[in-house]
Design a protein around this ligand. Structure first.
Ligand code: AR6
Length: 197
Protein backbone atom coordinates (compact mmCIF):
# COMPACT_ATOMS: atom_id res chain seq x y z
CA UNK A 1 0.00 0.00 0.00
CA UNK A 2 1.38 3.36 -0.99
CA UNK A 3 1.47 5.88 1.87
CA UNK A 4 -1.46 8.29 1.77
CA UNK A 5 -1.01 12.02 2.04
CA UNK A 6 -1.83 12.59 5.67
CA UNK A 7 -2.21 16.31 5.09
CA UNK A 8 -5.17 15.56 2.84
CA UNK A 9 -6.64 12.75 4.90
CA UNK A 10 -7.66 13.66 8.41
CA UNK A 11 -9.37 11.54 11.00
CA UNK A 12 -12.38 13.04 12.80
CA UNK A 13 -14.57 11.75 15.60
CA UNK A 14 -18.05 10.42 14.94
CA UNK A 15 -19.47 12.81 17.61
CA UNK A 16 -22.74 14.36 16.44
CA UNK A 17 -23.19 11.72 13.76
CA UNK A 18 -23.58 9.01 16.40
CA UNK A 19 -27.28 9.79 16.63
CA UNK A 20 -27.59 8.96 12.93
CA UNK A 21 -25.95 5.58 13.46
CA UNK A 22 -22.65 6.60 11.92
CA UNK A 23 -19.95 4.65 13.74
CA UNK A 24 -16.88 6.34 12.26
CA UNK A 25 -16.17 8.98 9.68
CA UNK A 26 -13.03 10.19 8.04
CA UNK A 27 -12.73 13.29 5.92
CA UNK A 28 -10.74 13.37 2.70
CA UNK A 29 -10.37 17.05 1.82
CA UNK A 30 -14.00 18.23 1.64
CA UNK A 31 -15.32 14.66 1.12
CA UNK A 32 -16.11 12.04 3.74
CA UNK A 33 -16.03 8.27 4.24
CA UNK A 34 -18.49 6.89 6.80
CA UNK A 35 -18.74 3.43 8.34
CA UNK A 36 -22.10 2.16 9.57
CA UNK A 37 -23.55 -1.18 10.55
CA UNK A 38 -26.90 -2.25 9.13
CA UNK A 39 -28.96 -3.27 6.13
CA UNK A 40 -27.81 -1.50 2.98
CA UNK A 41 -31.32 -1.57 1.50
CA UNK A 42 -32.35 0.95 4.19
CA UNK A 43 -29.73 3.52 3.16
CA UNK A 44 -30.91 6.90 1.87
CA UNK A 45 -27.83 7.63 -0.22
CA UNK A 46 -28.28 8.54 -3.92
CA UNK A 47 -27.16 5.00 -4.78
CA UNK A 48 -26.56 1.73 -3.04
CA UNK A 49 -24.08 -0.71 -4.53
CA UNK A 50 -25.19 -4.27 -5.20
CA UNK A 51 -22.72 -7.16 -4.81
CA UNK A 52 -23.64 -8.50 -8.25
CA UNK A 53 -22.60 -11.35 -10.54
CA UNK A 54 -21.54 -10.98 -14.17
CA UNK A 55 -24.93 -12.18 -15.43
CA UNK A 56 -26.69 -9.49 -13.35
CA UNK A 57 -29.04 -12.10 -11.91
CA UNK A 58 -30.00 -11.01 -8.39
CA UNK A 59 -29.40 -14.05 -6.15
CA UNK A 60 -28.94 -14.10 -2.34
CA UNK A 61 -27.20 -11.81 0.14
CA UNK A 62 -27.27 -8.09 -0.72
CA UNK A 63 -28.74 -8.85 -4.17
CA UNK A 64 -31.60 -10.84 -2.66
CA UNK A 65 -32.41 -8.04 -0.22
CA UNK A 66 -32.40 -5.52 -3.09
CA UNK A 67 -34.69 -7.73 -5.18
CA UNK A 68 -37.13 -8.23 -2.29
CA UNK A 69 -37.32 -4.59 -1.19
CA UNK A 70 -36.78 -2.84 -4.52
CA UNK A 71 -39.32 -4.81 -6.55
CA UNK A 72 -39.09 -6.66 -9.88
CA UNK A 73 -38.20 -3.68 -12.08
CA UNK A 74 -34.56 -3.77 -10.92
CA UNK A 75 -34.10 -7.32 -12.26
CA UNK A 76 -35.97 -6.30 -15.44
CA UNK A 77 -33.53 -3.44 -16.01
CA UNK A 78 -30.62 -5.80 -15.34
CA UNK A 79 -32.04 -8.22 -17.93
CA UNK A 80 -32.16 -5.43 -20.51
CA UNK A 81 -28.48 -4.60 -19.80
CA UNK A 82 -27.67 -8.30 -20.03
CA UNK A 83 -24.43 -8.51 -18.02
CA UNK A 84 -20.96 -7.05 -17.55
CA UNK A 85 -17.40 -8.25 -16.85
CA UNK A 86 -15.98 -9.07 -13.42
CA UNK A 87 -14.70 -5.76 -12.08
CA UNK A 88 -17.37 -3.86 -14.02
CA UNK A 89 -20.31 -1.83 -12.69
CA UNK A 90 -23.65 -0.82 -14.26
CA UNK A 91 -26.48 1.40 -13.05
CA UNK A 92 -30.22 0.76 -12.75
CA UNK A 93 -32.88 2.71 -10.93
CA UNK A 94 -33.61 1.80 -7.31
CA UNK A 95 -37.22 0.71 -7.84
CA UNK A 96 -39.01 1.01 -4.49
CA UNK A 97 -35.78 1.44 -2.49
CA UNK A 98 -35.05 4.69 -0.67
CA UNK A 99 -31.97 5.08 -2.87
CA UNK A 100 -32.73 6.46 -6.35
CA UNK A 101 -30.12 4.24 -8.05
CA UNK A 102 -28.52 0.83 -7.70
CA UNK A 103 -24.97 0.41 -8.94
CA UNK A 104 -24.43 -3.29 -9.72
CA UNK A 105 -20.72 -4.00 -9.10
CA UNK A 106 -19.38 -7.40 -10.10
CA UNK A 107 -16.80 -8.59 -7.59
CA UNK A 108 -14.60 -11.67 -8.08
CA UNK A 109 -15.22 -15.15 -6.73
CA UNK A 110 -12.35 -16.05 -4.38
CA UNK A 111 -10.03 -18.46 -6.19
CA UNK A 112 -10.81 -17.41 -9.78
CA UNK A 113 -7.54 -15.47 -10.16
CA UNK A 114 -6.51 -11.79 -10.08
CA UNK A 115 -9.12 -11.26 -7.34
CA UNK A 116 -7.49 -8.22 -5.70
CA UNK A 117 -7.31 -6.19 -8.91
CA UNK A 118 -10.86 -7.20 -9.86
CA UNK A 119 -12.22 -6.01 -6.49
CA UNK A 120 -10.33 -2.73 -6.89
CA UNK A 121 -11.81 -2.30 -10.37
CA UNK A 122 -15.35 -3.10 -9.19
CA UNK A 123 -15.02 -0.41 -6.49
CA UNK A 124 -13.47 2.15 -8.85
CA UNK A 125 -15.98 1.52 -11.64
CA UNK A 126 -18.85 1.99 -9.16
CA UNK A 127 -17.45 5.41 -8.22
CA UNK A 128 -17.03 6.29 -11.89
CA UNK A 129 -20.65 5.34 -12.69
CA UNK A 130 -21.76 7.47 -9.71
CA UNK A 131 -19.72 10.39 -11.04
CA UNK A 132 -21.22 10.05 -14.54
CA UNK A 133 -24.71 10.38 -13.04
CA UNK A 134 -23.71 13.31 -10.81
CA UNK A 135 -24.43 11.37 -7.62
CA UNK A 136 -23.36 12.91 -4.34
CA UNK A 137 -23.60 9.90 -1.99
CA UNK A 138 -23.02 6.17 -2.45
CA UNK A 139 -23.26 3.24 -0.01
CA UNK A 140 -21.14 0.11 -0.49
CA UNK A 141 -21.39 -3.34 1.06
CA UNK A 142 -18.28 -5.50 1.59
CA UNK A 143 -18.31 -6.77 -2.01
CA UNK A 144 -17.46 -10.45 -2.60
CA UNK A 145 -17.16 -11.33 1.12
CA UNK A 146 -20.38 -13.39 1.33
CA UNK A 147 -21.30 -16.00 -1.24
CA UNK A 148 -18.14 -15.22 -3.27
CA UNK A 149 -15.82 -16.07 -0.31
CA UNK A 150 -13.34 -13.15 -0.49
CA UNK A 151 -11.41 -12.66 2.83
CA UNK A 152 -12.93 -9.75 4.73
CA UNK A 153 -9.68 -8.20 5.95
CA UNK A 154 -8.31 -8.03 2.43
CA UNK A 155 -11.61 -6.65 1.12
CA UNK A 156 -11.54 -3.88 3.74
CA UNK A 157 -7.99 -2.87 2.76
CA UNK A 158 -8.68 -2.86 -0.96
CA UNK A 159 -12.07 -1.13 -0.91
CA UNK A 160 -11.11 1.54 1.66
CA UNK A 161 -7.79 2.25 -0.06
CA UNK A 162 -9.52 2.55 -3.45
CA UNK A 163 -12.19 4.94 -2.14
CA UNK A 164 -9.66 7.09 -0.25
CA UNK A 165 -7.50 7.47 -3.35
CA UNK A 166 -10.47 8.14 -5.61
CA UNK A 167 -11.86 10.88 -3.35
CA UNK A 168 -8.42 12.46 -2.95
CA UNK A 169 -7.37 12.30 -6.58
CA UNK A 170 -10.27 12.23 -9.06
CA UNK A 171 -12.78 14.86 -10.17
CA UNK A 172 -16.11 13.67 -8.82
CA UNK A 173 -19.57 14.76 -7.75
CA UNK A 174 -19.40 12.17 -4.95
CA UNK A 175 -19.07 13.87 -1.56
CA UNK A 176 -19.94 11.00 0.76
CA UNK A 177 -19.12 7.29 0.58
CA UNK A 178 -20.71 5.05 3.19
CA UNK A 179 -19.64 1.49 3.93
CA UNK A 180 -22.68 -0.35 5.27
CA UNK A 181 -21.44 -3.46 7.07
CA UNK A 182 -23.71 -6.32 7.99
CA UNK A 183 -22.26 -7.42 11.37
CA UNK A 184 -20.59 -5.65 14.32
CA UNK A 185 -17.48 -7.77 13.62
CA UNK A 186 -17.32 -6.52 10.03
CA UNK A 187 -17.80 -2.94 11.23
CA UNK A 188 -14.88 -3.36 13.69
CA UNK A 189 -12.67 -4.76 10.98
CA UNK A 190 -13.41 -1.85 8.63
CA UNK A 191 -12.86 0.66 11.49
CA UNK A 192 -9.45 -0.83 12.35
CA UNK A 193 -8.46 -0.97 8.71
CA UNK A 194 -9.49 2.65 8.04
CA UNK A 195 -7.58 3.82 11.11
CA UNK A 196 -4.45 2.03 9.93
CA UNK A 197 -4.55 3.35 6.34
N1 AR6 B 1 -26.83 -5.17 3.86
C1 AR6 B 1 -25.48 -5.06 3.98
N2 AR6 B 1 -24.62 -6.08 3.85
C2 AR6 B 1 -25.16 -7.30 3.61
C3 AR6 B 1 -26.55 -7.51 3.47
C4 AR6 B 1 -27.41 -6.37 3.61
N3 AR6 B 1 -28.74 -6.46 3.48
N4 AR6 B 1 -26.75 -8.84 3.22
C5 AR6 B 1 -25.55 -9.43 3.20
N5 AR6 B 1 -24.58 -8.51 3.45
P1 AR6 B 1 -23.05 -11.22 -0.74
P2 AR6 B 1 -20.94 -11.59 -2.77
C6 AR6 B 1 -23.11 -8.67 3.48
O1 AR6 B 1 -23.18 -12.68 -0.57
O2 AR6 B 1 -20.08 -12.34 -1.83
C7 AR6 B 1 -25.60 -13.17 -4.79
O3 AR6 B 1 -26.22 -14.40 -5.07
C8 AR6 B 1 -22.56 -10.08 3.64
O4 AR6 B 1 -22.49 -10.44 5.01
O5 AR6 B 1 -24.28 -10.40 -0.84
O6 AR6 B 1 -20.31 -10.51 -3.61
C9 AR6 B 1 -25.37 -12.33 -6.02
O7 AR6 B 1 -26.44 -12.45 -6.94
C10 AR6 B 1 -21.19 -9.96 3.00
O8 AR6 B 1 -20.25 -9.42 3.93
O9 AR6 B 1 -22.19 -10.85 -2.07
C11 AR6 B 1 -24.08 -12.90 -6.56
O10 AR6 B 1 -24.28 -14.04 -7.33
C12 AR6 B 1 -21.39 -8.91 1.90
O11 AR6 B 1 -22.63 -8.27 2.20
C13 AR6 B 1 -23.30 -13.27 -5.30
O12 AR6 B 1 -24.28 -13.43 -4.28
C14 AR6 B 1 -21.45 -9.47 0.48
O13 AR6 B 1 -22.15 -10.70 0.49
C15 AR6 B 1 -22.36 -12.19 -4.86
O14 AR6 B 1 -21.63 -12.64 -3.74
Amino acid sequence: WLPLDRAVVRLVEARAKESEGVDMERSVGDKVIMLVQGDITEMETDAIVNAANAQLVLGGGVAGAIRTKGGPEIQEECDRIGGTHVGGAVVTTGGRLKARWVIHAVGPRWGEGDEEEKLRQATLNSLRRATEKGMRSVAFPAISTGIFGFPKDLCAKIMLDTVLRFLAQEETSVERVVFCLWSPEDLNLFQETLQAL
